[in-house]
Design a protein around this ligand. Structure first.
Ligand code: ASP
Length: 314
């Protein structure tokens, strides 16, 4: 059996450690561990990387701690517009949903698009209709709203008026997962509400294959978080895979180069998780923290929000 490996993130829009109680951070870490368990469990039983990343992302979409599904950010009109995508590194098949209004788990709809096979990306009301036709759960907008996101929208509108910058947490977040399965196949999945106070109809990097999500067997799988416009312009996922495949860089060098050099040059928050075809994991970020977790070949699992790393049981 090959190595199996997995990494997840819950976004690089993390508050400074002192601004939340220890039990709030613990609750977020518990949900990260639950997401890792859901995904890693699929891999341990010989399942596909594609199923593992979907399972992990569903847990984080359902958690209020992260900006995706329940707990997603609000746009300038106080509306949740949800983006998600998933990619199979074995076949390069991909599915993506953008600006959906009602899909409880956008990542499930993205996955169904792969199975359906007629389109890679569906947007807006058509994406909602597709999900409903697939029998997926549909929710009113109020399902996605949390008090934290309402306050973040108010804060970002105040910042916009005063010409000041919001905190990373007020601004954005995303969830994502990458995995290597026992058959040696890679997959990546990402889901988000986008950035707080984003323009009506704005589509970020998360549903853009090659930018916020990318997987290619023999190279790596990548899921990003940060100001999506720059992830699109730098085609981040594909860029990292290309450096690994064509420059022969190791995964950490390729991922660090993009996050800490290319993206850092724009003075934006950015982070990602990536897994290589040898099971190596990378999780660079340039913000005060990033919700993240990983399990490597030895089966040891870890979660973290800031610099302290906690081992968790799988
Ligand atoms: N990448 C997401 C977007 O731009 C937001 C984030 O991850 O912070 O929509």
């Amino acid at each position: 059996m090959n190595n199996i490996a997995m990494a997840i993130h819950g976004g690089c829009g993390v508050m400074p450690e002192e601004s939340m109680t220890a039990s709030d951070w613990q609750a977020a870490r518990n949900d990260l561990a639950a997401a890792l368990r859901a995904g890693y469990g699929v891999l341990q039983s010989g399942g596909r990387a594609l199923d593992a990343v979907e399972a992990a992302v569903v847990v984080m979409e359902d958690s209020p701690h992260f900006n995706a599904g329940h707990g997603a950010a609000l746009n300038e009109n106080g509306v949740h517009e949800l983006d998600a995508s998933i990619m199979d590194g074995a076949t390069l098949e991909a599915g993506a949903i953008s600006a959906a209004l009602a899909i409880r788990n956008p990542i499930k709809a993205a996955r169904r698009l792969i199975d359906d096979g007629r389109a890679v990306l569906l947007t807006g009301a058509a994406a909602d209709r597709f999900a409903e036709a697939c029998g997926l759960a549909i929710e009113p907008q109020s399902y996605f709203t949390t008090q934290k996101r309402v306050e973040a929208l108010e804060a970002m509108k105040a910042h916009a008026e005063a010409g000041t910058d919001g905190t990373e947490n007020e601004k954005h977040g995303t969830v994502g997962a990458v995995a290597l399965d026992a058959a040696g196949h890679l997959a990546a999945a990402t889901s988000t509400g986008g950035y707080t106070n984003k323009p009506d109809g704005r589509v970020g990097d998360s549903p853009i294959i090659g930018a916020g999500t990318y997987a290619r067997d023999g190279a790596c799988a990548v899921s990003g978080t940060g100001k999506g416009e720059f992830f699109i312009r730098h085609v981040v996922g594909h860029e990292i895979a290309s450096r690994v495949a064509y420059l022969g860089q190791d995964l950490a060098t390729a991922a660090d180069g993009v996050v800490h050099r290319d993206l850092a040059a724009h003075d934006i928050g950015a982070g990602l998780v990536a897994v290589g075809s040898d099971g190596t994991v990378a999780a660079p970020y340039n913000t005060p923290g990033m919700f993240r977790g990983w399990v490597t070949g030895d089966g040891k699992a870890f979660v973290a929000t800031h610099t302290t790393i906690y081992e968790v049981a799988m």
